[in-house]
Design a protein around this ligand. Structure first.
Ligand code: ATP
Length: 457
């Protein structure tokens, strides 16, 4: 993309470099490419699919599995349209759109710099902004008229609010407690030019943390720190991340306070995750529109209260793009340029590559044996094509932390060589001790995460 500015900060890849790597190695393809693609839609290839799954699982582990106070939910994507009236999305989920009078290009008014049209480069040709609702709609049922009009959810959050009472009564959780959900959301975005940073179909990972109103501001601060720690635990470097509080005029219609976790993208600081204090807006509105009581009986005071909500909301696709930017590096090995992704072992699509030194049949049984042993615990790729040097480069480029090489000596000494991606250091280990050696090496590559107290907000 020619209008991509020079990389800033320590990010070493521009957008074009990353898009090309993602396609070349099978992380991300343009959607339905054989038909010429489809605007802002992408298909994830084998490595991208695995990497997304890893990130999704790490989020679930941190937000649900390791905690006693958060439970999971999977709500319908297409639900009762009244939900979106109550939530304010029908009337308020809009972006200001402007149209260029010269080239008819349409843009988000708040994304334009100096009133210049990004398509034709002309200044002062923009019409008046008009509000454009970003929800994608569809028709449900056999009759194609407005009576069957329904919406594709623009966020997963409302599923948690409309199920607040169901979840609370079935789990009997006491405040503060959270409901977490992962799944697709849809927005008819006006400007979509930064690859998977902003798409019309994307996956969200959101958690609604219900609490007593008196605790809500402290818990907002707590979640800011906790979420920043999570991004660090996936290996994103601290210097590429910051927390930024929204100004009053930036706040969404429901929010009392919002902070973003921002990353320093090649085009500047941008939102990675939003952490919103939603007050009691959603529960109050749904109670009003549905006529159902959505309160919590405080067992200490015996009074009904409407809990306040703190919501960390993250896009899975954006997290993946961010990790790829952060991990991308170019260095030199033996006088040759090397592209390497410094992915943390838990995020990397392949944890260990098994590489027989040559394609000779004599090596295959041992190499296959090593590979199936490792596969029980790790994501393994078996590769016996091309020279060993090229295979190492390929694994470096997809971020595989370790390669295990089986050579002719292995047949005699029952040992293999482990090669580390970051240092390219090689060590020889007996096959009987391989599982332990791999575990130790991977452990040493895990990011160091600061404690809550060490994070300033
Ligand atoms: P933006 O201001 O960038 O449009 P937003 O503030 O509307 O985003 P939220 O509603 O807070 O975004 O959504 C929570 C998270 O979901 C975002 O931080 C982002 O990671 C992700 N997200 C939102 N919209 C998109 C999109 N169109 N494509 C990919 N991810 C998205």
């Amino acid at each position: 993309m020619s209008d991509t500015p020079e990389p800033v900060s320590g990010v070493k890849a521009d957008l074009e470099t990353l898009v090309s790597l993602a396609k070349r190695r099978g992380f991300v393809f343009p959607s339905a490419e054989i038909y010429g693609g489809f605007a802002a839609a992408y298909d994830y290839g084998p490595l991208g699919t695995q990497m997304r799954r890893n990130i999704r699982d790490l989020w679930w582990r941190a937000m649900v599995q390791e905690r006693d106070d958060i439970v999971g939910l999977e709500a319908a994507i297409i639900t009762n349209p009244d939900v979106w009236v109550a939530s304010g999305h029908v009337s308020n989920f809009t972006d200001p759109m402007v149209e260029c009078r010269e080239c008819q290009g349409r843009f988000r008014a708040d994304h334009l710099e100096d009133d210049i049209c990004p398509n034709c480069g002309r200044k002062g040709t923009m019409g008046e902004p008009r509000q454009f609702n970003m929800m994608l709609s569809t028709i449900v049922g056999p009759v194609a008229d407005d009576s069957g009009r329904a919406f594709m959810r623009p966020e997963t959050a409302q599923g948690m609010f409309v199920n607040f009472d169901n979840v609370q009564t079935t789990t009997r959780k006491r405040l503060p407690f959270g409901i977490a959900q992962q799944g697709k959301s849809f927005r008819n975005e006006i400007t979509v030019k930064q690859f998977i940073f902003r798409t019309r179909e994307f996956e969200q990972m959101e958690m609604e943390y219900f609490c007593h109103p008196d605790q809500s501001l402290d818990l907002h601060t707590y979640w800011k720190k906790e979420r920043l720690r999570w991004h660090l635990s996936l290996g994103i470097r601290r210097e590429h991340l910051r927390l930024r509080d929204h100004d009053q005029e930036e706040l969404s219609h429901y929010s009392q306070a919002t902070s973003d976790v921002e990353f320093h993208y090649p085009w500047g600081w941008g939102e990675l995750e939003g952490i919103a204090h939603r007050g009691d807006f959603d529960l109050t509105e749904h109670a009003k529109h549905s006529g159902k009581k959505l309160t919590y009986l405080d067992p200490e005071t015996n009074q009904h209260i409407v809990p306040h909500v703190v919501e960390p909301a993250l896009g899975l696709d954006r997290e993946m793009l961010t990790i790829l930017f952060d991990a991308y590096d170019e260095d030199e090995i033996g006088g040759e340029k090397r592209v390497v992704l410094h992915l943390s072992p838990e995020v990397a699509p392949v944890t260990v590559a098994v590489l027989p030194l040559s394609k000779k049949e004599t090596l295959e049984p041992t190499a296959r044996e090593v590979s199936s042993m490792l596969r029980k615990q790790y994501r393994v790729q078996y590769d016996d094509t091309q020279s060993i040097g090229r295979r190492y480069r390929r694994q470096d480029e997809i971020g595989t932390p370790l390669c295990v090489t089986v050579d002719f000596d292995s047949l005699e000494d029952n040992a293999v060589t482990i090669r580390e991606r970051d240092t390219t250091e090689q060590i020889r280990v007996p096959i009987s001790g391989l599982m332990d050696a791999v575990r130790d090496r991977l452990e040493a590559l895990r990011p160091v995460v600061p404690s809550l107290g060490e994070i300033e907000v």
